[in-house]
Design a protein around this ligand. Structure first.
Ligand code: WTA
Length: 665
């Protein structure tokens, strides 16, 4: 593990962190911004004085409880935390109804922009009616409190409505990103034992209707005894196969349902959702979050990190609801805070490369939250594109998902933020539920490329192999040292895996899986994953999962996958495969083999997991104990001099690989 960390720290191209060690640009907050900011430096001392009490205050202040809590943190069953456990509330009530009750029903909750240019506006009152209808429909389909609902939808208002309808009846949702395959959907439906699947005929991507329903049909055909119904939104109008008795149209059951519904009161620790994420083994982990603590931290971070002014801001987070960022910073954080936000269905370059900036201009977006990979893509397209639009409304810019290299940070600040808007580089994970490490706008003097400081209420550190805190100026592993309200409560149905994955590497500390460095000021710089998890365009992918997808193909005898540094996507998937001697692939052109295997991975997992390259090799580098040395393969994939290969069982293997690759296919 430490080898991999060193490789990343010393590797000048890893994550584009070329300037990391010498970055000395500083951006203090402007006096005007600081004067109006929600957050102030006092928050740190307040939180440090009594962390659980601080969170208790936030939870009381930012949420409406049907039964107020007395307890704050209960850590007696560590590492499973209970927060505000004797309180009761409903997440959808907090996100919707209470704003209507407070007279803000006419305020826009969602400005929806379809890829084709169709739009819908939903006020908080509209959202209350829609969510109530959907909750009644879910109930009529047999879903009750505690049942799981799988959600496989495009980025349309119904995705938000469905999630809130689930929360309204206390049925945990399990959203599966629409870009995942039938296979991936199937395993997630099985693991969560979902009773209902909510999907659409399709969604619009890159100017075309892209089908979703067939993947649900295929997933269910593999056997999913828990599923009773499939609820289908009509979005594209493309033809769908229909299973009578099982499939129902949204328009038949939701649109006709009563728009009045009483939210179900749940305990603070009632599960709100499960969200699957890649781990170091092949099987995705069902990360589950509960209600009270998650919502409190979602609202608190959204308010302070983005300096949200609910009355005047127009907020836009570009994430899909299929990811944690979409859960916390499209659905729960902004809506609990009563914000007005934009949601956009499609890709940034449809129908032209200025689409995002056109949306910013059209709605007067003031807060933009996106990923470094998107910023780097826009950089590549050229700054003359955003220059054609009026971006002067923007006042806070956020980044999430992967380390942002200083050059992309500077470009974001200058070209998008007009050298004016503060950037918040926010570090967090599916597991942490909400932002953990980030500058506070108006408070922190920012540094390009660094997430810098744990938020008030959060305790993080960088430690060495022996779990000792490293001195300023040194690197190590990022750990979280105190429980926090939005922390995962486990891996669905597998407590031991939760303990083993996060709490065993360093006793009593949460191991995030990221390498990090403290600079001379003690600020934290994230260096990327130190385990077998890759980060491609901000999406987490497991090397093992892709390897098992590859070996499930009849041509492949063995496979090793690495994440190689990539200028745009941060990392890219590069696969090394050994073909079976008896397979027909040996007679095919290398190009065809590569294409077939890339498509096979897309089919097994989803297009996001498609390897950038599939390299056919005769051998894989292994230690004497048979462990594949991915570090050496990464050297090859990144066109670097191959590092120390002395621990290989057969040290000639790397020469063999190098020769094989230099032979033109
Ligand atoms: C990475 C996304 C550097 C990190 C919210 C983490 C980051 C993984 C940052 C979680 C950041 C996220 N700087 N790295 N600001 N934000 N990461 O679960 O490796 O999809 O462990 O959650 O993304 O990815 P996940």
């Amino acid at each position: 593990m430490s080898l991999h960390l060193e490789a990343r720290v010393s590797d000048p191209t890893a994550g584009g962190l070329e300037n990391l060690l010498s970055e000395d640009r500083r951006f203090p907050p402007s006096a005007e911004f600081a004067a109006q900011a929600n957050a102030s430096a006092d928050l740190y001392s307040w939180a440090n004085a009594d962390r659980p009490a601080f969170w208790g205050e936030q939870a009381r202040e930012l949420l409406t409880w049907s039964t107020p809590f007395e307890q704050t943190l209960d850590w007696s069953d560590a590492p499973v935390a209970r927060w505000f456990a004797d309180g009761r509330l409903n997440a959808a009530y907090n996100a919707v109804d209470r704003h209507v009750e407070a007279g803000r029903g006419d305020k826009v909750a969602l400005h929806f922009e379809g890829e084709g240019g169709d739009t819908r506006t939903l006020t908080y009152a509209d959202l209350q009616r829609e969510v109530s209808r959907a909750a009644n429909a879910l109930t009529s389909l047999g879903v009750t409190t505690g049942d799981r609902v799988a959600v496989y939808l495009p980025m349309i208002p119904e995705a938000v409505v469905t999630m809130l309808a689930c929360a309204r009846i206390g049925a945990p949702h399990s959203v599966v990103f629409g870009g995942f395959s039938a296979e991936a959907l199937h395993s997630r439906i099985l693991d969560a034992e979902a009773k209902l699947v909510v999907t659409a005929d399709g969604g619009f991507r890159r100017g075309a209707a892209s089908a979703l329903k067939p993947a649900v049909d295929e997933a269910l055909a593999k056997g999913a005894p828990s599923v009773e119904h499939v609820l289908v939104v009509k979005r594209t109008g493309q033809p769908v196969e229909w299973t009578e008795g099982r499939d129902v149209w949204w328009s038949d059951v939701v649109d006709t349902a009563s728009d009045e519904h009483t939210p179900v009161d749940v305990e603070a620790e009632h599960p709100l959702f499960i969200l699957y994420t890649s781990g170091t083994t092949g099987k995705p982990k069902g990360i589950f979050h509960t209600t009270g603590g998650y919502l409190a931290q979602a609202a608190y971070t959204h308010l302070n990190v983005f300096d949200l002014k609910a009355e005047t801001d127009v907020y836009w987070c570009t994430a899909d609801v299929g990811w944690i960022t979409g859960h916390t910073y499209v659905v729960y954080g902004p809506l609990v805070n009563g914000a007005t936000q934009v949601i956009y269905e499609g890709t940034p370059d449809t129908p032209h490369r200025g689409r995002w900036w056109e949306i910013v201009q059209k709605y007067g977006v003031t807060i933009l939250y996106t990923a470094p990979t998107a910023i780097r893509t826009c950089m590549k397209w050229g700054e003359e594109i955003p220059a054609q639009f009026d971006l002067s409304s923007l006042r806070v810019l956020g980044s999430v998902g992967e380390p942002i290299n200083p050059e992309a940070w500077m470009w974001y600040r200058r070209v998008v933020g007009g050298d004016r808007a503060p950037i918040v580089d926010t570090w967090w994970q599916t597991e942490t539920g909400a932002i953990m490490i980030s500058p506070l706008p108006g408070v922190t003097e920012t540094k390009p490329g660094s997430a810098q400081v744990p938020l008030p209420g959060i305790a993080a550190d960088v430690v060495d192999d022996e779990a000792h805190s490293v001195p300023d100026g040194s690197g190590g592993y990022l750990v979280l040292t105190e429980p926090w309200p939005a922390m995962l409560r486990g891996i669905w149905g597998d407590r031991q895996r939760y303990v083993d994955t996060y709490w065993s590497r360093f006793r009593g500390l949460y191991f995030a899986g990221d390498g990090a460095k403290k600079d001379e000021d003690g600020d934290i710089w994230l260096l990327g994953r130190v385990d077998d998890v890759m980060n491609v365009s901000g999406h987490r992918l497991s090397t093992t999962e892709i390897e098992s997808a590859l070996v499930s193909h009849p041509w492949v005898a063995e496979a090793a996958v690495v994440g190689a540094a990539d200028e745009t996507t941060g990392q890219a998937v590069v696969a090394f495969v050994i073909l079976r001697g008896d397979s027909e692939a040996g007679d095919l052109p290398a190009q065809d083999v590569q294409t077939t295997l890339r498509n096979h991975v897309a089919k097994e997992i989803g297009p996001i997991a498609k390897p950038r390259q599939v390299l056919v090799v005769a051998e894989l580098p292994k230690t004497r104990s048979g462990k594949i040395m991915r570090r050496l393969l990464r050297d090859v994939a990144e066109n670097r001099q191959v590092g120390d290969a002395t621990t290989l069982a057969d040290s000639s293997v790397m020469d063999l690989i190098a020769q094989g690759l230099s032979t033109p296919a």
